[in-house]
Design a protein around this ligand. Structure first.
Ligand SMILES: *[C@@H]1O[C@H](CO)[C@@H](O)[C@H](O)[C@H]1NC(C)=O
Ligand SMILES: *[C@@H]1O[C@H](CO)[C@@H](O)[C@H](O)[C@H]1NC(C)=O
Length: 578
């Protein structure tokens, strides 16, 4: 059961946001994600298992004091003398005299017979501890390496070396060591888990930054694009062309239609036509024609082009277009509000929540009757963990558009999450009732069933959750995400790996750009111990990632799996599998 925790948090499903929202708008809720490949194993971290602060001055010395030389012939054996030197070193260490401590440990190392591996590794480890106090990281790493060579499962030495590598900015080696430590400790020590998590996140961030800059632009699947546009109801560019605007329909018309005919074969209207035909690759270039020829629809074209830049993951290109639309004071206010919503979401994705809030507030100022503003600002508020204000915004959206099923469903989910995290059973019941109302009043809204299913899964009402997913599939048979969720449910409910994987494969079959499916499959493969397969899946997901932040998260997962592979090779250590 624990196996599903990470997937849940990675998918961001717990935030109640849809996949594209996470991908395009957001990064925040992935928080836990990076270390999740490890973290799911963390059941309860007992206080007892806290490592006895090896770096502290109070107890720097390993307990393994054993091996008092049995065969002392006359006087003291070499081992005894080495032990004595070490004990002296420990005294210095406790007194904070690290230079002297190092001398004593060095003496101990010199005296110790080489076949006394246990003791010798302890002496090296202790000297590393003293070097650590002096922040001599290279020396720490070297001594730990010697200690580990003598005693490969020496947790203290591995952990100390991990910290030294961290200081030396050698993240890859650091990750391997800390991974070994986590496995040796059975994922029970919070300190090492946190280090692993931090290094994974840093590594992921660095790699994603590099890769994202140089990647090929990637058009998402048509399902994704449609779902994205469906989340806007009060904007112009996502509406179908009006009669008379259609390039082909105005052929025999006179007068005002002649205006349009000037641009009929290219530009914005053509772009809109491509949109209806789902011929998305050509939209940006048609918009550019409109903009460069200073046609009648420059503002629309800028906004549509920016939207597609965002969809292919190029915020750098989108921003100037959005800025332009926002600054066009005599453009239609709906266009400007829509540009502000999109720029606000973009800022959120870049973790600039202040700029983001500013844009959403400005959108509400200039177009206070625009339901989309409140809907999207509500989602931002959820990410900022402000459920109260989120609910206010959803309510405003619903007031303006009583038929806004999506806002209703998301409001329900926000309230449900609040009740759930606050362990308030009464409120949970109210939220569940709310979901029942949503699916009764909006039986065609797949999102309502999907969010309800997630809540039901939390509540372990698996069979009903499964029913809800089936409803979703009935309504949107080509939505791959639903199959992934249903697959996860099979794992959690019946521990049925085969059925789960089958559903996730089905998701990939429907939409081979479904990064969520690859990510989930990767996570399952990690837990089954199929690391190579997992890495392959994560790599596929990385290439499909829709934002740098999502990519960073996927790199973290991939690196975690890779580190486990290395550790398995080096030390023969394997984490427990499903
Ligand atoms: C798929 O379904 C989920 C849940 O209903 C929804 O959040 C998401 O937007 C849909 N995705 C696509 C691409 O239609
Ligand atoms: C994004 O757009 C900018 C400016 O148009 C361009 O220079 C850059 O190559 C694009 N990046 C990608 C990944 O397509």
């Amino acid at each position: 059961m624990a196996a599903l925790k990470p997937v849940e948090s990675q998918s961001g499903s717990s935030s109640g946001l849809t996949r594209w929202q996470l991908a395009l708008a957001i990064g925040g809720p992935i928080l836990l994600g990076a270390g999740a490949v490890y973290l799911w194993r963390k059941r309860t971290v007992s206080k007892r298992s806290e490592r006895k602060a090896p770096e502290g001055s109070s107890s720097p010395v390993p307990k393994e004091d054993s091996g008092r030389g049995e065969n002392e012939a006359d006087g003291l054996s070499l081992l005894d003398r080495a032990q004595a030197a070490k004990n002296k070193g420990n005294k210095y260490f406790k007194a904070g005299k690290f230079e002297q401590a190092i001398q004593c440990y060095t003496e101990a190392i010199g005296l110790c017979p080489v076949n006394q591996k246990q003791d010798l590794s302890t002496f090296y480890q202790n000297r590393a501890a003293a070097f650590e106090q002096l922040q001599k990281w290279n020396e720490v790493a070297e001594d730990c390496t010697k200690a580990v060579a003598l005693n490969p499962k020496y947790i203290k030495a591995l952990y100390r070396r991990a910290k030294a590598y961290d200081k030396l900015d050698n993240k890859k080696e650091c990750l391997e060591d800390v991974t070994a430590v986590c496995i040796l400790e059975g994922f029970q020590n919070q300190q090492s888990m946190l280090l692993a998590d931090r290094v994974l996140k840093q590594l992921g961030k660095e790699k994603a930054k590099e890769k994202y800059k140089n990647r090929e632009p990637l058009m998402p699947s048509p399902q994704f694009i449609k779902s994205y546009f469906n989340s806007f109801t009060d904007d112009i560019i996502s509406q179908p062309l009006l009669k008379g605007e259609t390039p082909d329909e105005d052929k025999d018309k006179e007068g005002e239609a002649a205006d349009i005919r000037g641009t009929e074969r290219s530009g914005y209207l053509k772009a809109k036509q491509y949109m209806e035909e789902e011929n998305y690759d050509k939209i940006i270039s048609e918009c550019t024609k409109e903009i460069e020829s200073k046609g009648k629809y420059v503002a629309e074209a800028l906004l549509l082009r920016a939207t597609f830049y965002l969809l292919i993951g190029n915020a750098t290109a989108a921003q100037p277009d959005l800025d332009m639309v926002v600054s066009m004071k005599d453009a239609n206010v709906k266009l400007r509000a829509n540009a502000l919503i999109k720029r606000g979401s973009m800022y959120m994705q870049q973790q600039q929540s202040q700029l983001s809030t500013q844009d959403f507030n400005m959108a509400a100022d200039i177009d206070p009757q625009n339901a989309d503003v409140y809907h999207h600002r509500g989602q931002l508020k959820i990410l900022l963990d402000n459920v109260e204000e989120a609910v206010e915004d959803f309510d405003e959206c619903i007031r303006l558009r009583p038929d806004s099923a999506l806002a209703q469903a998301q409001k329900c989910f926000a309230l449900y999450r609040q009740a759930y995290t606050g362990s308030n059973p009464l409120q949970i019941q109210v939220a569940v009732k709310g979901f029942e109302d949503v699916i009764k009043n909006f039986p065609k809204c797949a999102e309502g069933y999907a969010l309800y299913a997630q809540a039901l899964t939390d509540q372990q009402h698996f069979s009903k959750a499964d029913e809800m997913y089936d409803k979703c599939i009935e309504l949107e048979p080509d939505n791959a995400t639903t199959y992934v969720h249903k697959g996860l449910l099979q794992l959690q409910w019946k521990q049925d790996l085969d059925k789960g994987l089958e559903l996730i494969s089905k998701a990939i079959e429907i939409d081979n750009k479904c990064d969520f499916a690859y990510e989930t499959m990767g996570t399952i493969e990690v837990q089954r111990g199929n690391l190579a397969k997992a890495i392959d899946m994560f790599s596929k997901a990385i290439n499909l990632a829709k934002s740098e932040m999502e990519m960073a998260h996927l790199y973290s997962l991939c690196d975690a799996a890779y580190a486990q592979t290395e550790v398995a090779k080096k030390y023969g250590l394997k984490p427990p599998t499903l």
